[in-house]
Design a protein around this ligand. Sequence first.
Ligand code: CTP
Length: 413
Amino acid sequence: MTDLSGKHILLGVSGGIAAYKIPNLVRLFKKSGAEVQVVMTQSAAQFVSPLTLATLSGRSALTEIFPDATNTQSAWTTHIHLGEWADCFVLAPATASTIAKLANGYSDDMLSVCFLTMRPNKPKLIFPSMDGEMFDAPAVQRNLKTLEQDGCVIVEPEIGELASGLIGKGRLPEPEKIFERVVEALLPKEKTLAGKQVVVTAGATREKIDSVRFISNYSSGKMGFALAAVAAELGAEVILITGKTHLQTPPNVHRIEVESAEEMFRETQRYFPTLDLFVAAAAVADYRPAEVYAGKLKKSSESLPLHLVKNPDILLEFGKQKKPHQVSIGFALEIQDALENAKAKLVLKNCDIIALNLAQEAGAGFEVDTNRLTLIFRDGTIEQLPLQTKRAAAKMIFKKANFFFQKSSLTSL
Ligand code: CTP
């Protein structure tokens, strides 16, 4: 576990059902060696007991700005000291009402007043959690945007089963994931990709059949977006060429949205001469209908033969013209003879690394937030990565890519 000894975390808890996850988050922080001060709203106390959080954190869970006058240990200026004390502010779960308060500078409870006293250069992470409709409401989105402009990091809620019984966006990530994001915010990031141009392809392409139908696949784009986000955090100039997806563009990433494989190829090709690192994470359709029917095909006959022709292979085309200093990473989604197929792709497409994904493995592949990858390197070395978040996997991939950059800078000396 990452060592956070000496770090001070101000943990705001607002009143949503997901507050039940917070005791475990506090335990993780404590185990890592961090000090945790919980500040909670009155309604949060309806969902999780202040006594539980106080016991686990080893500090009173604060709800009131004004102290108990009989307690000489407490002072009404506590919030000011906490703003100074904290290395990081975390709000989880962040409800619509607390988000609105923070976005508008309210200071009528301990949580909101502490938020205002946070020192400007300290990370502030907001984890919204609520019903999907509420999350999408214009007022909530507007407030989140305001907080983002004020320098907060907004961590998107996850899609899954909600307290209402509906399936949608709004779930608070599990404590381990929140912990990981806080670690990232607290520990200094090395800008290992500064000065590098990184091009990432992501998502599924759509191949038109007629004006209203297309062929596609299940790729969500999450792996590619995680790669783009991490590359930008590592200081790279990032161009993300993606098929249609609802995922939000990560900060400092230039997004180019495309539809078909041919379009993705055209856009990506423009960067072939200048890029330093190409990461092909898109699930590009291998074939497209030979002809696109103008208008809507009518169901007039019993069967409809579709004649498909091959699409350009973007990674392969890059491999043909790759310069010695350029690095390329491909993905291989396999079901059978996985390792042999992945190795063959590495050679065929002239890649430096192939990240092998097993399509049928639980917790890996399309639509989920986690992945278990096996990295295959040019020299035949194989490294099995653990099941981890796509962000964590992305970080490991860039660590390995960096090794290639170091090697090429040594050989050019
Ligand atoms: N790729 C690409 N352009 C294509 C097809 C694939 O750039 N037209 C890239 C993918 O982004 C991935 C790698 O090539 O990085 C391997 O893709 P995959 O779909 O696993 O394999 P294919 O080469 O398409 O072969 P097959 O479908 O036969 O497994």
